[in-house]
Design a protein around this ligand. Sequence first.
Ligand code: NAP
Length: 314
Amino acid sequence: MEMRHLGNSGLEVSVIGLGCNNFGRRLDEKQTATVVSAAVDAGITLFDTADLYGENGTSETYLGKALKGHRDQVVIATKFGGPMGQLPMQKGGSRQHIFQAVEDSLRRLNTDYIDLYQMHFPDLNTPLEETMRALDDLVRQGKVRYLGHSNFSGWMIAHAHHIAVRDALTPFISAQNHYHLLNREVEPDVQPACTKFGLGILPYFPLASGLLTGKYRKGQVHPEGTRLSSGPMAERILTDINIDKAESLFEWAEARGHTLLELAFSWLAQQPAVSSVIAGATNTDQISANVNAANWVLTSEELEEIEKLLGNSS
Ligand code: NAP
């Protein structure tokens, strides 16, 4: 497994990480343990969860249990800031919420430190100075080792960098944003900001929730029991345009002796500032496929062909 530094930091993570938002939702405690154990055996070191995943933080609880005995071999990334209740102090980036949220996550994860503590969403109602000061305190207390954010825009990344330098606070080292072959919203703004300020990108939804795995084919019945077999997310993602694009990519990869899954992982892993591709998985076969999927080194001609295929270049 290739290891990469997370941005300009000293923290190294596996280029394939494991997204943990299926835990406590589609996977129960036992199924979580099976998937996590396969991931550790396969060399995955980065596990990305959030207080918000699963009911009442069950993703963190299941992950903590599944990682028992492996704590010093892994990087646990979790997040705060999403609503954990109805009260104003149960969400956001206030000092009040952060101090409570970190204790809750540490307890559920059954650990005394979090490797990467990420702000899940921007909070425009709280001064970023307050958030960053509180997070810096957690680093100094040893409860948190590195800081990241998620769903920040380019100007927010620049603003955070400025505050960290001005006030000598611990900087953010990672940005977790929606990014895959069919969604390029980070490219004009977030990605250059990350490159400029030394943050590593952790692309979320890297497989477009499964569309980029090759299991949803144009004109064929979609597989049962999958994330996109029904529901609002399926309606949002399995549009005619997306299915056509995924089908073109599938055939293009196949003509070169590769799978769409390999293309999805390898393409992302080659994009500027990307440190680790944190895909979710619901079984051990998916883990085995995913850990071997980022080895295709695409040439510049191939990268250009992909843009033409997707209608992104003239
Ligand atoms: P994803 O990685 O795009 O898709 C994961 C899904 O793809 C799995 O649940 C599985 O679907 C399917 N899959 C994975 N490997 C497969 C394989 N080899 N063959 C066939 N199907 C495969 O989406 P995600 O898991 O939602 O996103 C990754 C992580 O990003 C999350 O776990 C979470 O940690 C993070 N995230 C963060 C935010 C944020 O706001 N920061 C938002 C969303 C996600 P089935 O379930 O159908 O088996």
